[in-house]
Design a protein around this ligand. Structure first.
Ligand code: HEM
Length: 508
């Protein structure tokens, strides 16, 4: 038999060999990381090629999914985002190592470095020294004095909300808490960050509210498409850029560009974020050849200010609205706590004359209530960070590029840290009981140097709102109020309460 006829006879065999060896090579490539955790004896669900453990995640209920995962596998779990190892931890010592002690190894979030002007300066996306500089430069915006001034604007917004509550209490007698608090928190960001007053609060045709709503709820998070973004970060960059460069995003950018221009032509003081951030960022310096010079030129400063203002809109509205919604939900179901808080608010108003920044300072019981609400219903389902240098943390080898995630619901419901974890019990946080709690088992605002930069702002806003509302209204369960809070399914960055209707009545 000559060579060509031998090849002809064996052609199907050769094709089968090529196809199977290529398929095997691809399979080996796609699963090459899958022994990463098992080699270290770390348990976890079985990963699958391409999707890792993420199949079906777009329709999962994250709070429940995460709790089930940690209940099944323990406090240190090996999970895969596609082929990328992602160490899930609810062990408080490990959390301390990663987020505080060894923070130099864990500075950045998942790399989605978008290149578009303004977005590239979002604090959440910035990395390493660039992040440190911008974070340090905007920190003065949240000092006590600046917060006190913004507190007056927050109070104004809460007073506007009360006008709406008054009408609802007299008519329907029940509120969709999530819808009402979303309008309130948009109003607060519009006032405190964008320097705008929204007159017709909650009107559907208000462009600020309409555009903000579109930015918060990208429909992609409830479809399998979201998987591609997690598994192939390069696509995330391309698609992400398209998702963000849309007219709603540009609406806010133009608004801020115009505001900055107007402000340059006036000497009037506004005490809002744009003004204080511009001052603080302009004053931030760096060393060049032994000389101290401004860290950014004027265009650089403006871009950073605009970026953080838009980011605060994204980061500060749903988070705070969700927490306020959960607060009235818990208070409706726990009348004893509601009455105690109401009495304490009244006695402090007697002492300070009104609800204001001084009145909410050093007010332990309202802190206890909000802490417990955020333990049971943290607004973010998880906090994640990327390892930038190989390290052994608490006995686990974590390699560069790998993710570490804290599933917050699983952590906050762990009975080892919180006895009777499903019980709403603000007394856990009382001055005498607090020392029994492990601070690393509580992460509603994250932990360590990369924690929530808006935490003081958010706490001020929520306390002012709750004091103003609770002094006048009582909340109670109605037929539509579920026994326990339910959350929307999907891979959402902020947990969204559903069926958040509670009764409301004016106190006599
Ligand atoms: C109840 C309300 C809020 C909650 C529960 C919350 C929660 C969080 C969490 C868990 C993180 C991630 C922290 C980490 O990775 O360790 C974060 C980051 C961040 N938050 Fe908040 N947040 C809230 C309100 C706000 C507000 C009102 C603003 C702005 C005014 C804001 C701005 C930010 C920013 C810019 C970051 C990124 C910080 C960085 O990368 O350096 N947040 N927040």
């Amino acid at each position: 038999m000559d060579v060509s006829s031998a090849l002809q006879v064996n052609l199907p065999v050769i094709w089968v060999l090529i196809t199977t060896s290529t398929a095997y090579a691809i399979y080996r490539y796609l699963t090459s990381s899958f022994s990463y955790f098992s080699d270290q004896g770390i348990p976890g669900p079985k990963p699958w090629p391409l999707v890792g453990n993420m199949w079906g995640i777009w329709k999962a209920n994250l709070p429940k999914y995460d709790q089930q995962m940690m209940k099944k596998y323990g406090k240190i779990v090996g999970y895969f985002d596609g082929s990328l190892p992602n160490l899930w931890i609810t062990d408080a010592n490990m959390i301390r190592s990663v987020f505080v002690k060894d923070f130099d190894h864990f500075v950045n979030r998942r790399d989605i470095s978008l290149k578009t002007r303004v977005i590239r300066k979002f604090l959440t996306m910035m990395r390493d020294q660039d992040w440190k500089d911008v974070r340090s430069s905007i920190t003065p915006v949240f000092t006590t004095d600046k917060i006190r001034r913004m507190s007056l604007m927050m109070k104004d917004c809460a007073d506007q909300l009360v006008v709406k509550f008054d009408h609802i209490a007299k008519s329907e007698g029940k509120i969709d808490a999530r819808a009402q608090f979303s309008i309130f928190t948009v109003n607060v960001i519009a006032r405190c960050v964008f320097g705008m007053k929204i007159e017709n609060l909650g009107a559907e045709d208000d462009p600020f509210l309409r555009n903000a709503k579109v930015l918060f709820n990208p429909p992609v998070s409830k479809t399998p498409l979201i998987l591609i973004l997690f598994i192939y970060p390069k696509l995330l960059r391309t698609i992400g850029e398209r998702m963000f460069i849309q007219k709603e995003f540009q609406y806010f950018t133009y608004l801020l560009e115009n505001l900055i221009k107007e402000r340059e032509e006036t000497k009037q003081k506004f005490y809002d974020f744009v003004e204080t951030a511009k001052e603080a960022i302009s004053q931030y310096t760096k060393q060049v050849n032994g000389e101290t010079v401004p860290a950014w030129n004027k265009d650089g400063v403006d871009e950073i200010v605009i970026a953080q203002a838009v980011l605060f809109l994204l980061a500060g509205i749903d988070t705070t609205a969700t927490t306020l919604t959960n607060s009235v939900f818990q208070l409706a179901g726990n009348p004893d706590v509601q009455e105690k808080l109401h009495d304490e608010i009244n006695s402090r108003i007697e002492q300070f004359g009104e609800v204001n920044h001084e009145m909410i300072l050093d007010f332990p019981y309202i802190d206890q209530v909000i802490h417990e609400v955020m333990r049971l219903s943290p607004a973010l389902p998880s906090v994640e960070i990327v390892c930038n240098k190989d390290i052994i943390a608490n006995g686990v080898y974590i390699k560069k590029g790998m993710l570490v995630t804290v599933p917050t619901y699983a952590l906050h419901y762990d009975p080892d840290y919180y006895p009777d974890p499903f019980k709403f019990n603000p007394d856990r946080w009382s001055p005498e009981n607090k020392s029994n709690l492990n601070p690393y088992a509580y992460m509603p605002f994250g932990r360590g140097p990369r924690n929530c930069v808006g935490m003081r702002f958010a706490m001020e806003e929520m306390k002012i709102a709750l004091c103003i509302i609770l002094k006048q209204y009582r909340f109670f369960p109605v037929q539509e109020t579920p026994d326990e809070m339910k959350y929307e399914d999907g891979l959402l960055s902020v947990v969204q309460p559903v069926f958040a209707t509670v009764g409301i009545e004016l106190r006599q």
